[in-house]
Design a protein around this ligand. Structure first.
Ligand code: NI
Length: 428
């Protein structure tokens, strides 16, 4: 389909020309073919009048576990290790592929409704996540998470390989399959080495949890005498383009390794606060030139998948803890949630509104009171928008939501199936 968006305040995320006022965008197939003040619609175009509203790149959620919507609000207000080992892992043992499929659909509905067009997922029953993403029309980097201190990781790695063979580059490249080692505290040397080797052989991306808590670092030093970053580096993880979630406790040397290996950090401010893990040193990472993205983490630890919230929190948190309002500007935060996310996910063709890029675009309601007046569209997107202003969402040139109506997800069905699954698994 050809789409012509007119009369827009376009946030391009282009360094030279970040905002085009009164601009137009033309989409042909899955690509943006024109961005600027001119351009004329063709006869075959569907014309969308943004009525002076903000049109911006779809947000990129660089770290989540979408099926965890099933466990939203299931266990709150606990320390990470108690929460994870005593609550979440036990509940997860009861999940099945059907529950994950519909849980993922609810997550995708939430993401689309709050402006996310692309996400990176790490979980299991990942085939269900891939099927749901294809149906929803979302861009997704999906990884079957590998865990195991002994030989028990092998079956999981085989599943990860099968997932890659079946789903990588599906849906016109919208779905990419990553590899994942869960974390230093759940994986042994052999699991990490073999997963890293296979990832490299297949030219895929790696998605990990890294230095999320002080306990994780302390245990790692006690066991190996080195930091999680140093261990993963020595086991070959960073020979792959890696998306490392959290990175709350990094030493100077760790940061140098991440920079040298071109590792992207996905910062998860809400999850880190809710689990009282701490606050990542975003300013130091910026100064080192480390590429930073933003993630929500799963809904059991956030408890939402709304990137607008984490985007704002990212900017506010750094200012607050350093008593410096000039650091992590609105532009910086939005860059992380768009271009930084694209870099983390190995997707150079999204995150910016520019000719030749995939048409992953959201249109905000120009009559939303929270977006009036328009002094600075980037400031509005970061500090004023809540996600509810997202009116229309286009992913890969396909309209997946129009005037708040979801076009690719039957939410009523997904909700009923989620509740049915939870009853079956005795989780509700
Ligand atoms: Ni996580």
């Amino acid at each position: 389909m050809n789409i012509f968006i007119k009369n827009a305040e376009i946030i391009t995320m282009d360094k030279e020309n970040p905002v085009i006022s009164g601009g137009n965008i033309r989409i042909s197939g899955n690509k943006i073919v024109y961005v600027g003040k001119d351009g004329v619609p063709c006869e075959s175009d569907k014309i969308i009048d943004a009525r002076g509203g903000i049109v911006m790149p779809g947000l990129i959620n660089a770290h989540t576990h979408v099926p965890m919507t099933l466990l939203r609000g299931y266990a709150d207000d606990l320390p990470l290790h108690t929460w994870l080992f005593d609550k979440i892992f036990h509940a997860e043992d009861r999940l099945d592929s059907d529950a994950v499929y519909y849980g993922a659909k609810v997550a995708m509905a939430e993401m689309i409704k709050s402006g996310t067009t692309t996400f990176a997922d790490m979980y299991f029953f990942s085939e269900s996540v891939a099927k749901a993403a294809i149906k929803a029309g979302m861009n997704a980097n999906i990884a079957r998470c590998v865990t195991g201190k002994e030989e028990d990781f092998k079956e999981r790695l085989n599943e990860a390989r099968a997932l890659f063979d079946e789903y990588n580059c599906e849906n016109d490249g919208a779905v990419k399959i990553d590899f994942s080692v869960h974390a230093i505290y759940t994986c042994g040397k052999q699991a990490v080495r073999e997963t890293s080797r296979l990832c490299k052989k297949l030219g895929a991306n790696m998605h990990i949890h890294l230095s999320e808590t002080m306990k994780e670092n302390g245990d790692c030093y006690a066991e190996y005498g080195k930091s999680p970053t140093e261990m993963f580096n020595s086991w070959g993880v960073f020979e792959n383009k890696t998306n490392a979630a959290h990175c709350v406790y990094l030493s100077e040397n760790d940061m140098n390794i991440l920079k040298e290996k071109n590792v992207s950090v996905s910062h998860n401010p809400t999850s880190n606060l809710k689990l009282a893990s701490g606050v990542a040193n975003i300013k130091e990472m910026q100064e080192k030139g480390i590429s930073i993205a933003i993630g929500t983490d799963g809904t059991a630890s956030n408890n939402a998948l709304n990137m607008f919230f984490d985007l704002k929190l990212c900017a506010l948190l750094q200012k607050g803890i350093r008593l410096d309002p000039t650091i992590v500007s609105a532009e910086d935060a939005l860059f992380m949630a768009t271009v930084g996310g694209a870099e983390a996910l190995g997707r150079a063709d999204t995150g910016r509104i520019k000719e030749g890029n995939r048409a992953d675009i959201i249109i905000l309601d120009s009559f939303a009171p929270s977006l009036i007046p328009v002094h600075n569209p980037i400031s509005l997107a970061v500090y004023s928008a809540s996600g509810a202003e997202v009116k229309t969402s286009i992913i890969g040139g396909r309209i997946v939501m129009e005037d708040r109506e979801l076009k690719t997800i039957d939410l009523e069905e997904a909700k009923a199936k989620v509740n049915e699954s939870l009853k079956r698994m005795k989780l509700i």
